[in-house]
Design a binder for this molecule. Structure first.
Ligand SMILES: [Fe+2]
Length: 235
């Protein structure tokens, strides 16, 4: 990648930061992925996001790492594709006005309608960058919920592409554990609990269970390494 410094993670939680930097992630594998669009195009798209909105940029880097992790466990052949989609899933946020993007609390309904547009903006952006219609659709559908109450199309269950269901799981975890101007990020214990409650209605059961299991293993290892496993579990 042309911008190695851009891969610094911005997470407040020290254990999670440790886990993220320690995971075998897309940074080390960046050059080896066989992507349908070239590494330079991906780098350019991510750089555009970085200069437009650093918060979303950091978010997609973390999602890329989580997707790589989930791919290692679930389907090694899909690691590259899932990582790519996780890295590009929120590119459409570049089309959202600043005052809405800098989300400082409850958004009025009209503003939320604008936020929703990022799914179709993202689909169009990656399609024009050379991604297939099928992969572009995965970006469009990353906010669809299993019960059909998601957006932009309100599709449900198996009609939602598998990769979109995967992205929603890691996206939800990162959103819950990230600080917002109006609230602190949840501990990973509380985030896992929230995600378990959403299994089957919003989140894919299998991906959620696998994600929680595998990330918990890495968190336990990090705690042991940092000598925190003998203390009461910290947030
Ligand atoms: Fe999104």
């Amino acid at each position: 990648m042309n911008e190695p410094e851009s891969l610094v993670f911005e997470v407040e939680n020290p254990i999670l930061a440790h886990v993220l930097t320690d995971l075998p992630n897309f940074e080390t594998a960046f050059e080896s992925y066989k992507w349908p669009i070239g590494q330079n195009s991906v780098s350019a798209l991510l750089f555009a996001l970085k200069i437009r909105d650093k918060t979303t940029f950091s978010h997609v880097l973390r999602c890329g790492t989580y997707a790589h992790l989930l791919g290692q466990q679930e389907n090694k052949e899909l690691i590259g594709e899932w990582t790519l989609l996780a890295l590009l899933h929120d590119l459409g946020k570049m089309g959202i006005p600043d005052e809405i993007l800098r989300d400082t609390g409850e958004l009025p309904l009209r503003a939320f309608e604008q936020v929703k547009q990022h799914a179709s903006f993202g689909q169009e952006l990656v399609r024009r960058a050379g991604l297939s219609d099928e992969l572009s659709m995965c970006i469009r559908s990353h906010h669809e919920r299993l019960d059909g109450y998601g957006y932009p199309d309100g599709i449900s269950g198996d009609k939602i592409p598998e990769a979109s269901r995967m992205i929603l799981v890691i996206d939800t975890f990162d959103a819950l554990t990230s600080n917002r101007p109006y609230r602190s990020g949840l501990s990973y214990v509380d985030a896992f609990e929230e995600m378990r409650k959403s299994m089957g209605s919003q989140l894919d059961k299998r991906f959620t269970k696998v994600f929680i299991t595998i990330l918990s293993e890495h968190i336990d290892l990090a705690e042991k390494r940092l000598g925190l496993d003998t203390l009461p579990r910290i947030a």
